[in-house]
Design a protein around this ligand. Structure first.
Ligand SMILES: Cc1ncc(C[n+]2csc(CCOP(=O)(O)OP(=O)(O)O)c2C)c(N)n1
Length: 297
């Protein structure tokens, strides 16, 4: 939400793709990992970064292209990486993170580090050639990887039922000889459960799993998208399934959370975000002399 605000205030160069509505998927999936495990992300990577334990201040600074950001302000919104937290990078290339994740899983197997890799990508990426090649190699080599497809119903403006002849996207895994499972991506506990099982399988050397988390993105493809390809009613219907509110209600109903604690958590979250925003806005942009630093040719 804050990233959107910063965009409309003119602080973000280029485009930015927010993760609103899909929060339960990143949180549930990353909670199923160990600290040492790795993730790869997408152009919609802010949620993945925070869920893997990234620093909101450095993330926000990178989104704003500031020197204090994760990539010294040269990556921007779509290229956040934090190797210290096992976050191998967001990626502006649709499906671009998939071969990287498979390479990391091969390295883990070869070096026997015990790390597993959780590879986030969208429904659009599931139709990229990169997925098909990577999935096949991961299967034959029994790599320690969980492919996590976030089906948010659209790849830019292309509806999922226009792009796929199957309705349950997890069936794709059958062709490669590993399990596929669909889960309600708005239900954080369901995602946690399914990814935990897939992670266990990967850790035991049994190879990959495809998890398809079915959810919805509340905003357009990128901030500023006029969203002519879908109705207001559709968006409103999905907003009723707000994964954050639903989990809050679950915890309140079960007596695991009370109103006071809920308020405290909301205030704390607002403070973290405000501090990240202030930190980013106070930080300078990279100097011109830094143009040729950190280049690999
Ligand atoms: C290889 C490649 N093709 C096309 C694009 C343009 N593009 C950017 S995002 C996007 C849609 C991605 O959809 P999906 O993978 O479902 O992710 P979502 O945005 O829904 O999270 C497209 C086509 C790109 N960045 N990279």
């Amino acid at each position: 939400m804050e990233v959107m605000k910063l965009f409309y205030e003119g602080h973000i160069r280029g485009s930015t793709h927010v993760y609103l509505g899909q929060e339960a998927t990143a949180v549930g999936a990353c909670a199923a990992l160990e600290e040492k495990d790795l993730i790869t992300s997408t152009h919609r990577g802010h949620g993945h970064c925070i869920a893997k334990g990234g620093d909101p201040k450095k993330m926000m600074a990178e989104v704003l292209g500031r020197v204090t950001g994760y990539c010294k302000g040269k990556g921007g919104s779509m290229h956040i990486a934090d190797f210290s937290k096992g976050m191998l990078g967001a990626n502006g290339v649709v499906g671009g993170g998939i071969p990287i994740a498979v390479g990391a899983a091969l390295a883990s197997q070869y070096l026997n580090t015990g790390q597993i890799v959780l590879c986030f990508f969208g429904d659009g990426a599931l139709n990229q050639g990169s997925f098909h090649e990577a999935a096949n190699l991961a299967a034959i080599w029994k790599l320690p990887i969980v492919f996590l497809c976030e089906n948010n119903l659209y790849a830019l403006s292309t509806r999922v039922d226009y792009a796929f002849a199957i309705s349950d996207l997890s069936q794709r895994a059958l062709a490669y000889g590993f399990p596929g499972i669909s889960v309600d991506g708005n239900d954080v506990l369901a995602v946690y459960e399914v990814v935990s099982q897939a992670a266990q399988r990967a850790r035991k050397g049994e190879g990959p799993t495809l998890v398809v988390a079915n959810s919805y993105r509340w905003e357009g493809h990128m901030v500023g998208d006029p969203m002519v390809y879908r109705t207001k009613e559709e968006v409103e219907q999905w907003k009723k399934k707000d994964p954050v509110k639903c989990f809050e209600k679950y915890l309140l109903d079960k007596g695991l959370l009370d109103e006071k604690e809920k308020e405290r958590m909301h205030e704390e979250t607002k403070k973290i975000i405000q501090e990240a925003r202030d930190f980013a806005l106070r930080s300078p942009e990279p100097p011109l002399e830094a143009l040729y630093e950190d280049l690999y040719v």
